[in-house]
Design a protein around this ligand. Structure first.
Ligand code: 13P
Ligand code: SF4
Length: 319
């Protein structure tokens, strides 16, 4: 415990010395989330992380999350230094959508407006008309659908399928998925609900359709935390990365949060309810990256100039 306190103090001192700010996601270790808040940084969903990093005057952004979050920050602020505790922290959606294959898919469907989820590489974003996050994807696709646009969507098939169902838009879906959310199971959730008949069900839209279908609220991490706070219930079943429970418990003290069931448990399934890449962020590597540099996100300038267009469209739409 002493070592933890010392590390936290070291990080606080280094953040000041380096004029750096910590931008964290709700799935990273609770200590990092708390530090981000205590030091004037932010902990939030992907949309707010992007906006916060862009608007903050710090010279250095330290992004505790996964690579696409660091890249989005760099694309929005090419003159800031963007560091990450571990550059190998990626995302199965990003990995499952290589830029060359994606580009060929777009070439094959030139009549479609290209909408990509934030969880993609800078090169994929450079090919897109719009970037969206889980908090605003539904609204943006509804807007495009109202204009009569046909959509090419990538990479998350579950989020894409959910948006398609809600909006009725014509969407051609890339077949990617999140390895964490893909593990949540509809049948087991239905059984668990029988044991907790008064529980409200909170679901991130990267979950399979059978799980989303049972939700009281479907939304981004920020939206799910807000629902935990505002809904009049004592018990919640939560289908998303269990890193979110740290903030949910703080935001709604006295309420009970239960993990949604997965196919396996932590002994049989490495990614059950917790993202292995988010878990690569810790106090030690955060302190080290601040002290010694390295792990700096680089986005090729030309790719960044192309990619920023689709991100700005989303941020302008959200404003
Ligand atoms: P949010 O934008 O909802 O925070 O989601 C990001 C993510 O990677 C979910 O798995
Ligand atoms: Fe990607 Fe899933 Fe991890 Fe989110 S939880 S970063 S979507 S692998």
């Amino acid at each position: 415990a002493d070592q933890k306190i010392a590390l936290k103090e070291r990080i606080k001192r280094l953040l000041k010395e380096q004029q750096a700010v910590l931008v964290a996601h709700y799935y990273v270790d609770g200590d990092l989330q708390d530090l981000a808040e205590e030091t004037g940084g932010c902990v939030s969903d992907s949309l707010e992380m992007a906006r916060f990093g862009r608007d903050h005057p710090a010279k250095t952004l330290v992004v505790a999350g996964v690579k696409f979050m660091g890249e989005t920050s760099k694309i929005l602020s090419p003159h800031k230094r963007v560091l990450m505790p571990d550059l190998d922290a990626t995302c199965s959606l990003d990995l499952g959508c290589p830029a060359d294959e994606f580009s060929a898919f777009c070439d094959a469907h030139p009549d479609r407006t290209v909408v990509v989820y934030a969880n993609t590489s800078a090169a994929v974003k450079a090919r897109a008309d719009w970037m969206v996050t889980s908090s605003i994807g539904l609204d943006i696709v509804a807007h495009l659908h109202a204009q009569g646009k046909k959509i090419l969507w990538a990479p998350d098939k579950h989020l894409g399928g959910y948006i398609q169902k809600q909006t009725g838009a014509d969407m051609l879906l890339w077949q990617g998925s999140c390895l964490v959310h893909d593990e949540f199971k509809g049948v087991e959730l239905a059984l668990l609900r029988q044991q907790h008949p008064n529980a409200k069900i909170l679901v991130h839209p990267e979950s399979p359709e059978a799980v989303v279908a049972q939700a009281d609220v479907v939304g981004s991490t920020t939206q799910l935390i807000a629902a935990a706070q505002s809904l009049d219930a004592d018990e919640f079943i939560v289908a998303t990365d269990n890193g979110i429970l740290h903030k949910m418990r703080m935001a709604a003290p006295g309420k009970r949060f239960i993990d949604a069931p997965t196919a396996g448990n932590s002994a049989t399934c490495k990614s059950c309810a917790h993202c292995p890449w988010m878990a690569m962020n810790g106090l030690q590597n955060l302190a080290d990256v601040l002290e010694f540099g390295g792990n700096e996100i680089q986005v090729d300038a030309e790719t960044g100039r192309k990619a920023v267009v689709c991100i700005d469209r989303m941020l302008d739409f959200a404003a």
